[in-house]
Structure formats: structure tokens, C-alpha cells
Design a binder for this molecule. Structure first.
Ligand code: XMP
Length: 584
């Protein structure tokens, strides 16, 4: 077993994933875990990254016993700094923060082969992904430098006798293309872990889970839902038109038919023709019992004059709850009148336990609070929660682990889509927290087995607060119309060029600045559209998509010619980090 000590990094789950992908069992525990109290003997320890600086007064600290066990330790980013901090190395805020791509020059030590093991199979430079504002200013005692970047001379270090390794970059993210090999070198060659950890559902496919296994899960889950809800129970749930909430809705439909009532709330900040599109997917195609509520006026009137993104999220979230409750009450009236039972359940996904653990060393986290917020909704509505995938967490046995992880992804995604729509102040935090485990590919695979149409399965994710967080400044009906029209042109052109599936997420944002332009012979002062398109698999790190020039040209011309109020189109070439995918 590899022990992963989590210092609250947004990437901690990815470390777990990568280690397990080698068939090595690992457990992630909060960084404050006392080594003496461990119920197993790890063969190696990985210290994750963290949003803290090691020199912060309230910085999370590892139990110093970690360094006396005599087993290999790998520190990633903050983990490296924590190793240094414990070995008289100095850590300082760096003059040149590094976010995004960097080249690490590997430094070999022919006479000390042990320290070379981490980068075994690598020669010269390695493309790595950095995300740090601190770095080592001094090599800790008895360590050797095994890699450096242009601005970080101690970007990778190792202690030969103690088998301590520290790297400043993140090998667990997909933007470190050969990061997995580095993790493999640590767990296989340095820790000498066996790679025989297999799971019943594991068939070594790219996604790790076979179709047959998904099918049998679906059957069991449908049966379980039927048992919980009974022959005459009624369930209500929100849908957003995204693949995640649709998968949940489809499972409910399969289990209890029209006794599941899906509600789609039009919040006035959705994409062009969105409600009609979702209606056609869910109602006409998947035969889901769907009610579309047009509450756009209510949302837009409450957004009037608001410019702060978090306030927008809060308004949209609270208004959503209000509208949803009203609609659920109306459905309840109708069902009761027709002699059926009152609505008893609310469909919802569940947090993957690791999401909570990853931030648990500081007590209740933002994520946990958001979960409580849903509790509030349940209390108000006096509904019981039905979480299609939750039971699987409870009996987690090792043979089910990968399946659980797949389902956890779906569950977390469902919760995400729920919060997306509900998105209170925490909307953004939650989005970020769940994403490391939300591998869209896996959710999509489940969608495929459930016969969701391809267009729906491959839709780019869309945030619950919608265009409101893509319009910087005040959200007015006029601004919504501009952002919507530009976004529509952009996405249609991407589709026509056959690039939609190559891109993980694309959208147009509207900047409320007026730039000068010339149209006809007249000067114009109009707004600016930003095009964003990113490549990513986990939405935790992302790179901008490199469009062929001709396509950008066509899109820009079309937007400027067809969307009134815009005289400039710019393309965003920032990676995440340091930027985020959304502008707000
Ligand atoms: P960022 O901007 O954090 O986005 O890089 C990562 C992913 O999260 C989505 N996102 C949101 N989704 N409510 C949501 O439902 C939100 O408030 C929100 N903010 C960001 C974003 O679209 C991307 O997929």
C-alpha cells in the first residue's frame, strides 16, 4: 500500500488515480494523520501539493515520523517543500512564479544510481506542469539535485540514504505528458510495490471499466432504486441538459418511469435555444417526464445591477431553489389530485468521500458546507434524498474499488450539476473540487450504455450560472443576447469544422469594455468578445486550443458582422493555471 498524505491540493485525487492505474493499492489520508495510528504498513508515502506556503503560521504539517519510518517518500510541490522544511532547507516565495508548461532538465548521478531511479528512462529535458509561487532557495542537507528548471534550481531533489524524493512539478496531471512514468518509477522501482492489485471490474481498457460491468451496475442500480422508491413512490429532480444530470435522470426513468419528474429551470442565462434542445433530448428522445419552467424574468430582474460574480452565483442559486420548490409543489398537487402518493424523494448525486477528505485537515470545508446547503433544501421540502450511486460507497471492498471510482465520478458530477444550477456562493469552489475525479470520458461511457444520443453525450460542460458568469459586469437582457449570439456562432463554426469533440470546452465571453473600431466610414465604440477553447481531460489543468488560423478568422468575421454591439473578437491564450477556464 502507498499512503498519500493530502495537504489539500486540488490534484490529490489524481495522485490516487495514477497510483492505482499501476495496480498498486493506495489510500489517501489527511496530512495530519499520525503515523503510529495507521492501520496498515505503507511501502511508500506521497505528500501532495497544497494551497498553503510551508512558512504560513497555520500551514498544515506532516507528522515527523514520516521521515523516520525508513520507507521512500515522494513530495510533490508543497510536499517537496515540506520535506525541505523538515531537513533544514529554505523555502521562499519565488521571484518567478511558474504556472503551466516548463522544461525540467534531468541531472543524473552515475555514481549514485539510487537517486537516479525517479527519472529512470528519461534523458535530457522533461516537459512538466508547474503550479507554484514558492520554491526552495537552498538545498537541504545531504540532498542532491536531480532536476532543475530555468527559474527553479532545486526543482527535483533526492536523499540517497533516506530515499526521500521531492519534485516541484505535478506528475499527476495529464499536462505532464510522462508524469505517469515518474509515479510508476516511484511506486514500482523505488518502493518496490507489487502491481497485482486487481479489481473485479478492471479489464485494462483505457477507461478501466468494461461495458459489461457498467451494464450489470445499471441493472443492479435500477433494481435498488425500485426497492427504495417502492411501487408507487414519486421522485423529483433537476436536470440541466448536461450529460451528468441526464445520466441520472435516465437511470430514474428506467427504474420508475413517469413517477420520476424532471424539472428544467430556464434561468434566462442559458445558451441560445437551450430549453428547446434539452426538451427534445430528454422528453422527445429519452421519454423522460420533463417539465420546463420559464423563470427567466425572475432571474434577470434579480441580476439587475449586479456585477460581482459570486453575488451572481448566489442570486442564481437561491432563485433556482425557490423556483424548483414551487414547481415541485405544483407537481405534488397534481399527483395527489390524481390519487397518487405525495412526492417523497429528491434525486441527487453524492460526493465522493475523497473530495471531503482532501480538505478535511482544516475541519469542515467549503465542499462540506455546500453539501449542507442541499440538506437545507431537503429540510424545506421535506424530501428524502435518493442518490443513485451512493450505496456503492458504503460497502466499498477492494474488488469494487475501480467501479466505485467510476460511479463516484458520476455521482460527483451529478452533485456538481445540481450545485451548478443551485450554485450558491460555493458554485465555483465545488466545481473545482469535484473535477479531479470527474472524468468526463467515464460519465460518457455510462451515457452510451444508457443509449443517450451522441450529441448529448459529447456536449461540452456548461456552468449552472450559465452566461451570467461569461458576461463580465452587469447581466442585462441586451448583454445576454449579445453573448448568446456570439457563443452560438462560435460553437456552430467549431462543429462545422469538425473540431467540437477535440475541444473539451469552448465558449464566448463578453467584456464590458468599449473599444474603438471603424465600420463603414464611422468610428464605433463597441464591446469585445473573448473566445475561449481549452483542451483538458480533468478540467483541473487546461491548455488553450490551437485553432487553425482560417477558422478563427471565419469565426471573428462572422461574429463582428452578425452580432450587433461587438467590434472586436480576441482569442484567449492562457493556460489553467494560472488562468481558469471560465473568466469569472
Ligand atoms: P474553472 O473556471 O474553475 O472551471 O477553471 C472549471 C470547470 O468548472 C466549470 N465551472 C462551473 N460550473 N458552476 C458550475 O456549474 C460554476 O459556478 C462554475 N464555475 C466554473 C467550468 O465551466 C469548467 O468546466
Amino acid at each position: 500500500t502507498i499512503l498519500i498524505l493530502d495537504f489539500g491540493s486540488q490534484y490529490s485525487h489524481l495522485i490516487t488515480r495514477r497510483v492505482r492505474e499501476f495496480g498498486v493499492y493506495c489510500e489517501m489520508l489527511p496530512c495530519t494523520q499520525k503515523i503510529k495510528e495507521l492501520h496498515f504498513k505503507p511501502k511508500g508515502i506521497i505528500l501532495s501539493g497544497s494551497p498553503y506556503s510551508v512558512y504560513d503560521e497555520d500551514a498544515p504539517r506532516v507528522d515527523p515520523d514520516v521521515f523516520t519510518l525508513g520507507i521512500p517518500v515522494l513530495g510533490i510541490c508543497y510536499g517537496l517543500q515540506e520535506i525541505a522544511w523538515n531537513h533544514s532547507g529554505s523555502v521562499v516565495a519565488c521571484n518567478h512564479r511558474e504556472y503551466g508548461h516548463a522544461m525540467l532538465s534531468v541531472i543524473k548521478h552515475a555514481d549514485h544510481p539510487v537517486v537516479d531511479r525517479l527519472f529512470d528512462g528519461f534523458d535530457g529535458d522533461i516537459e512538466v506542469w508547474m503550479s507554484h509561487g514558492d520554491q526552495l532557495s537552498k538545498l537541504p542537507t545531504n540532498f542532491r539535485i536531480i532536476g532543475s528548471t530555468q527559474t527553479a534550481p532545486f526543482a527535483a531533489i533526492a536523499h540517497e540514504e533516506k530515499l526521500l524524493f521531492g519534485i516541484q512539478f505535478h506528475p499527476e496531471v495529464t499536462h505532464t505528458p510522462r508524469g505517469k512514468e515518474i509515479i510508476g518509477n516511484f511506486v514500482k522501482s523505488i518502493c518496490e510495490c507489487k502491481t497485482d492489485w486487481t479489481m473485479a471490474c478492471y479489464n485494462n481498457t483505457k477507461l478501466g471499466v468494461g461495458d459489461l460491468c457498467i451494464e450489470s451496475f445499471i441493472d443492479k442500480e435500477i433494481e435498488r432504486i425500485r426497492q427504495i422508491v417502492g411501487k408507487d413512490g414519486e421522485v423529483v429532480g433537476a436536470v440541466s441538459g448536461g450529460v451528468d444530470s441526464t445520466v441520472a435522470a435516465k437511470l430514474m426513468k428506467e427504474a420508475i418511469g413517469d413517477r420520476f419528474h424532471a424539472i428544467l429551470v430556464d434561468n434566462g442565462v442559458m445558451r441560445l435555444n437551450e430549453c428547446a434542445t434539452v426538451h427534445s433530448y430528454l422528453h422527445s428522445h429519452l421519454k423522460i417526464n420533463l417539465r420546463v419552467v420559464d423563470a427567466s424574468d425572475k432571474f434577470l430582474s434579480r441580476l439587475k445591477g449586479v456585477t460581482d460574480p459570486e453575488k451572481k452565483r448566489k442570486i442564481i442559486g437561491n432563485t433556482f431553489i425557490e423556483v424548483f420548490e414551487e414547481e415541485a409543489a405544483k407537481i405534488d398537487e397534481v399527483t395527489k389530485k390524481s390519487g397518487r402518493k405525495s412526492i417523497e424523494y429528491l434525486l441527487q448525486g453524492t460526493l465522493y468521500p475523497d473530495v471531503i477528505e482532501s480538505v478535511s485537515f482544516k475541519g469542515p470545508s467549503a465542499v462540506i458546507k455546500t453539501h449542507h446547503n442541499v440538506g437545507g433544501l431537503l429540510q424545506d421540502m421535506k424530501l428524502k434524498l435518493i442518490e443513485p450511486l451512493r450505496e456503492l460507497f458504503k460497502g466499498t471492498c477492494e474488488t469494487m474499488c475501480l467501479m466505485v471510482s467510476l460511479l463516484a465520478n458520476v455521482a460527483a458530477a451529478l452533485l456538481h450539476s445540481w450545485f451548478s444550477s443551485n450554485s450558491i456562493t460555493f458554485g465555483h469552489a465545488l466545481a473545482s473540487s469535484h473535477l479531479p475525479i470527474c472524468q468526463k470520458d467515464e460519465v460518457r461511457k455510462l451515457g452510451k450504455v444508457l443509449s443517450l444520443p451522441d450529441d448529448l453525450i459529447y456536449r461540452h460542460p456548461f456552468p449552472g450560472p450559465g452566461i451570467a458568469i461569461r458576461i463580465l459586469g452587469e447581466v442585462t437582457p441586451e448583454q445576454v443576447a449579445i453573448a448568446r449570439a456570439a457563443d452560438h456562432i462560435y460553437i456552430e463554426e467549431i462543429k462545422k469544422a469538425g473540431l467540437y469533440r477535440e475541444i473539451a470546452q469552448a465558449y464566448a465571453a463578453l467584456l464590458p469594455v468599449k473599444a474603438v473600431g471603424v465600420m463603414g466610414d464611422k468610428r464605433t465604440y463597441e464591446q469585445v468578445i473573448v473566445l475561449r477553447a481549452v483542451e483538458t481531460t480533468d478540467f483541473m489543468t487546461a491548455d488553450w486550443y490551437d485553432f487553425p488560423r482560417a477558422i478563427l478568422k471565419k469565426i471573428s468575421n462572422k461574429i463582428i458582422n452578425e452580432v450587433k454591439g461587438v467590434n472586436r473578437v480576441v482569442y484567449d491564450i492562457s493556460s489553467k493555471p494560472p488562468a481558469t477556464i471560465e473568466w469569472y
